[in-house]
Design a protein around this ligand. Sequence first.
Ligand code: UGA
Length: 433
Amino acid sequence: MKISVIGTGYVGLVTGATLADIGHEVMCVDVDVQKVEQMKQAISPIYEPGLGDLMARNIAAKRLNFTSDPQSGFKEAEVIYIAVGTPENEDGSANLTYIEQAAKDIADHIENDIVIVVKSTVPVGTNHKIKQLVEAAVKGRARIAVVSNPEFLKEGSAIQDTFYGDRIVIGSDDEPSARIVEAINEPFGVPVFHTDTRSAEMIKYASNAFLATKISFINEISNICELVGANVENVAAGMGMDSRIGHQFLKAGIGYGGSCFPKDTEALIQIAGNVNYEFELLKGVVNVNRKQQLLLIEKLNACVDSLAGKRVAVLGLAFKPKTDDMRQAASLLIIEELLKQGAEVVTFDPVATEKAKALLNPSIVYANSLEAAVEGSDAALIVTEWDEIKNADLNVFAGMKRPLVIDGRNCFGLEMVKSHAIEYHSIGRPAIF
Ligand code: UGA
């Protein structure tokens, strides 16, 4: 099919490249002219394993194209995907400016009947509003159908998640259009779940909120484990063996970050609030996460008299490994607090350094290796579980001024740590001195 995709962020670009890979003719439309020029050369604007190769292969096969001109971008489209961002407003609600602009662009430029597929995470009722907006603007020139098709990919494994996803949700009140979207996705071989539009919109928020709840739950359990002398990893392993609970998303740490969970949990609280429902459980999940993100500072303060003039190595900056995404990364809050308390901060991240430079205080030192970051430091905080950190030889910490390691991602086994001369504090596990 001839498909256009509006927006080339994580969701849009991965959607475009994977749809091209299964044989569709895809045109990605983005307002950013410079980014479009880069993408035409198969240069991915984001760090995502495998994406550059996928782009190159499909550009060469002439199935994947890019343009900043909506007119030519939509001219031949039979189906248009909307994959623009829905950032957070100050009150936590989803900002729909880009969605509305996309709807307007579609209405201005289409000539034939069209199926609009909404990939962006949007509040319940938005698909319906998009249909009304476009219909009002095209004034009967073309028939408009809108299908909700929320995205469940994770950054860092986006391509794998698309080809081997657990489900594809298709929400529509228009049966023939739902079937078109099913046919488009058929080559992925992923199970399809058909439902009504509003339920599809809700599935996306409810799924992210549930996963965030699992994380905050295990983080609270980990805090209690520390107080009662249990080990959260053993607890999570034992819980996860119950197939009703499952092993995934029970890794205790310093809370969830990224562009989705923090924004979508706040938005769902707002969606409920708009219909006078107080989502108490989810409010608790968000509060627990806020506290958890600063847990490493609390642990550090318990180990030192003052941070003034101390050199602290922050290991990992991205909100999780295999991405350079710094959105809502715990490192941002942690570094801000370290600086506030007078510490000198040296960091190491194998991928996210360039993105971090644009966001962090200019006083931060960026080391090229884990060794260089920790050498001469008074403490090391592990923030992101990169392989480069998890697989490090623990002897590297011997070069520190004080070998104090506070690990927010439980990167090292306790038995292994015991055979090294380091003081080690982690999450929900006994400290080692
Ligand atoms: C998340 C969802 O997992 C995707 O299904 C969804 O499509 C996406 O949001 C989205 O809405 O676009 P993502 O934010 O890329 O994906 O990353 P995750 O792997 O879910 O991690 C989110 C955060 O939770 C990270 O900060 C991670 O460190 C943390 N996390 C995850 C934990 O602390 N413990 C865990 O057990 C799992």
